[in-house]
Ligand binder design. Sequence first.
Ligand SMILES: *[C@@H]1O[C@H](CO)[C@@H](O)[C@H](O)[C@H]1NC(C)=O
Ligand SMILES: *[C@@H]1O[C@H](CO)[C@@H](O)[C@H](O)[C@H]1NC(C)=O
Ligand SMILES: *[C@@H]1O[C@H](CO)[C@@H](O)[C@H](O)[C@H]1NC(C)=O
Ligand SMILES: *[C@@H]1O[C@H](CO)[C@@H](O)[C@H](O)[C@H]1NC(C)=O
Length: 404
Amino acid sequence: MGLSSIFPSFFFLVFLALFIIEVHVQAQNLIFNVVKYGARPDGISDNTKAFNIAWNKACSSEGGNVVLVPNGLFLVGPLFLNGPCKGPITFHIQGILRAPADASSRDQDHWISFQYVDGLSIYGGGSLDGQGSSAWSYNTCLKDPHCKPLPATMRFDFVTNSTINHITSINSKGSHIILFGCNSFTIHNIKISAPGDSPNTDGINIGNSKNILIFDSEIATGDDCISMSPGSKTINITNIKCGPGHGISVGSLGGIPNEDVVDGVLVTNCNLTGTSNGLRIKTKANPSYPTTVSNLTFQQILVYNVANPIIIDQQYCPSKDCKPGASRVGISDVRFRTITGTTSTRVAVNLLCSSAKPCEEIELRDINIAYDGLPRGPATSSCSNVYGVAYGIQNPPPCIRRSL
Ligand SMILES: *[C@@H]1O[C@H](CO)[C@@H](O)[C@H](O)[C@H]1NC(C)=O
Ligand SMILES: *[C@@H]1O[C@H](CO)[C@@H](O)[C@H](O)[C@H]1NC(C)=O
Ligand SMILES: *[C@@H]1O[C@H](CO)[C@@H](O)[C@H](O)[C@H]1NC(C)=O
Ligand SMILES: *[C@@H]1O[C@H](CO)[C@@H](O)[C@H](O)[C@H]1NC(C)=O
C-alpha cells in the first residue's frame, strides 16, 4: 500500500526532473537557422528580413542561442542587430554573406551593425563580402575632411565580453571592422583583405574601447591594418601579418576637443610587408587640442620593404591643406624594441614631435632596419623635439636625445 503510492510519485518526479533538464538544455542551445525564416542562399534574394527575424528571436529568448547561417551565398543587409539580449548569443556563419551593391546600401555607416550586446560570438569559417568595388569610386574622404565614410562591413557599438574568430572579411566599402565603446573584445584567426589601392578600407578601427585582444590574424588592405583612435586602452595585438596597407597606427589624435587618451598598447610579433607605414603615431597640428598618448610597446616586429617603419608624425595632415602649427598632444613612454628588416625610404626612424609638447621617455632598443632602395646607402633617422634613450643595436644611428 505504502509502496504503490510512493513509486508512481517517485517515477513522476524522475520524469519531471528529466523533463526540466531537457527544457533547460534546450533553452541554452536554441538554433535559429536563417533558412527556416525564409533566407535563400541563391545570391539574389534579399535576405535582410529573414536575418532580422532570426536575430530577434535568438536575442529575445532565454539561454545562449545561435543564429546559424549555413553554407551558401546570402545577399543581405544593411542589418541592425541590437541587444541587449536575454543571454549570450552566437552568430555562426558557415556560408558567405554578400552586401548589396546599390546606391542605397551606401547610406548607412555600416553594413552589419551590432549594438549593446554582451557575450556575442561570431565564428564559423564563413565570409563577409562587402562588395566594396561598387562603392570605392564614391569615396570623397581623400579630398573632403568632413566626408561621410562609406559603410563599415561590421561595426560594434557598446558590445562587451565578445569574440570574433575564423571569419574572413573581403572588400569592405569602408572599414572592415569598427569597435566603439567596447570592453573585453577578442578578435583572432580572422582574415581581412581588400586591394592595396582601395580607399579607407581599414582593417580594424578601435575607439573608446578597452581590453581588446587581437591575435593570429592576416590583414591586407588599402588603409591602416589596425588603427587606435582616442579612448583606446589596454590593447594587446599579437602575431598579425599586415600588408599591403598603411601599417599599425595610433591616431590621428588631437583634431577634436576633449578627446579621451590612448593608454596601454602592446604590439608583439607582427610582420609588416610592403606597407606605407610600419608603426605610426599621428597627431594633428592645427587646430590641435590637448590629449595624451602613453604606455605603448611595439616589440619583435619584422618590416619588409616598409616606407616609414617607425614614425611619430605630429604634423599629420591627410588633406594636404592644413595650416602649420604645434600639436598639443603629449606623447610619452613609448617603446620600440627589436624592430628589424628593410625600409623602402631612406628615413627608417622618423620621430617628428611637437615643439609645444616634446615627446618624452621614448625608448629605442635593438633597431636594425636596412635601406633597400636606390641609390644604395645607409638608412637614417630624423628627430625633432624628442627625448628618450637608445639601447643595443642601432641601425640607423639614433638621433634621440637623453632628457635632462
Ligand atoms: C562581462 O563579463 C564580466 C566578467 O565575467 C562580468 O562581470 C560583466 O558583468 C559582463 N558584462 C558586461 C556588460 O560587462
Ligand atoms: C597578449 O596576448 C597574447 C596572445 O593572446 C598573450 O599570449 C599575452 O599574454 C598577452 N599579453 C598581455 C600583457 O596581456
Ligand atoms: C613573420 O615572419 C617570420 C619569418 O618569415 C615567420 O617565422 C613568422 O611566422 C611570421 N609571423 C607572422 C605573424 O606572420
Ligand atoms: C601599460 O600597458 C599595459 C597593457 O598594454 C599594462 O599591462 C600595464 O600595466 C601598463 N603600465 C602602466 C605603468 O600603466
